[in-house]
Design a binder for this molecule. Structure first.
Ligand code: F6P
Length: 375
């Protein structure tokens, strides 16, 4: 009897999602006697039972397309905004699963998706996940698809910013995606030869950054490129966050925890503008005209790189193979040239952050890049 497989994409989109969907469905249908049904717009589509039939026509030509034919959302089954309220819709998701007589549900997503998938596993569903994200911050996998494409986009942006920075003798600050993890800023900063790279994992001192820029000016290098991850923080800001996080952990009463949470949210809301402030500060401290470029969602759009197409196809077809062997409750991780099934309990909540000792960090320091922490 054919296995019935559901599939959805969840969280922020990224290049390679369509390649992964195609990989799961093609391998599933052609080699492992499966029938696949897609759910639209992430977990919301599962809860509301909105499907997309994954016919050969739907799959045809999508390998090279960005985005996801299934649509996506950041909705969580257990906390879904519905009619002005936030409701636990886990039961509805379970009902849809059974209504379609599914043998398993494939959830393609980032860190949040891994946690949501684990909750559905605990609710009794057979779930398998695939790691995607341009931030490359999903734990327990060598890499997530989407990252390589974004790395190329950001590197090209830095390359292009060089000539205009040089012509005008300016400091150009370029804001790169990555709230918690600085892989994109670090990788593209290395590849594009940024003069300063600021990461969430290494709090910076703006004086140290200004000093590095002034040193370049004295060496007749009249422009500088500063690659900043959106989650990068000054030492002071990092201390404030650390204090609030500790206070939240220590708060015994619910209202106290809520108050600290609100303070943390407020901090993060204001922090959205930090690259604007950083650019102004650098102009003041260096006396050099400065400009800010925010790359934003450009980094998530468009056609996937060859490496991401290969990775997503590897993971997608590997997923179909695992499903055929009744392996459930796992993430299909990229391990060297192959794939590995990692239990969701080990994946959920694990973040792949840049270690200050990582070889990429050492390489950046060795070529003289300022990371904002050491003069
Ligand atoms: O996909 C991850 C990510 O790109 C983060 O780096 C970024 O902060 C976030 O998504 C923004 O996504 P959205 O605006 O779609 O919520």
């Amino acid at each position: 009897m054919k296995k019935q497989i559901g599939i959805l994409t969840s969280g922020g989109d990224c290049p390679g999602l369509n390649a992964a969907i195609r990989g799961v469905v093609r391998a599933g249908q052609e080699h492992f006697q499966m029938r696949c049904v897609g759910f639209r717009d992430g977990f919301r589509g599962l809860v509301q039972d909105r499907t997309l039939e994954l016919t050969p026509k739907v799959l045809s030509g999508i390998l090279t397309n960005g985005g996801t034919v299934l649509g996506t959302s950041r909705d969580k089954p257990h906390r879904m905004p519905i009619g002005g309220k936030t409701l636990d819709m886990t039961e509805a998701a379970v009902e849809t699963y059974h209504r379609h007589h599914l043998d398993a549900l494939v959830c393609i997503g980032g860190g949040g998706t891994q946690k949501n998938a684990l909750r559905l596993k605990e609710a009794g569903l057979n779930v398998v996940t695939l790691p995607k994200t341009i931030d490359n911050d999903v734990g327990m996998t060598d890499v997530a698809f989407g990252f390589d494409t974004a790395l190329n986009i950001v590197t090209e942006a830095i390359d292009r910013l060089h000539s205009t920075a040089m012509s005008h003798q300016r400091v150009i600050v370029v804001e790169v995606m990555g709230h918690r993890a600085g892989w994109l800023a670090l990788g593209a900063g290395l590849a594009g030869g940024a003069d300063v790279i600021l990461l969430p994992e290494i709090p910076y001192d703006v004086e140290v950054v200004a000093h590095a820029i002034r040193r370049r000016t004295r060496a007749a290098k009249m422009f500088s490129i500063v690659a900043v991850a959106e989650g990068a923080m000054s030492r002071l800001q990092a201390e404030t966050v650390a204090k609030l996080v500790t206070a939240k952990e220590l708060a015994k009463k619910k209202p106290d925890r809520k108050a600290v949470s609100a303070e943390l949210d407020e901090f993060h809301e204001k922090h959205v503008n930090h690259t604007v402030e950083l650019t102004q500060q650098l102009e003041k401290l260096t006396g050099q005209e400065s400009r800010l470029t925010i790359l934003g969602h450009l980094q998530r759009g468009g056609t996937p790189s060859a490496a991401d197409r290969v990775l997503a196809t590897r993971l997608g077809t590997g997923c179909a193979e695992l499903l055929s062997r009744d392996t459930y409750g796992v993430m299909v991780a990229a391990r060297r040239q192959g794939v590995e099934a990692i239990p969701l309990e080990k994946v959920a909540g694990q973040k792949n952050l840049v270690s200050p000792e990582h070889p990429w960090v050492q390489a950046a320091r060795h070529v003289g890049t300022c990371l904002g922490d050491q003069p």
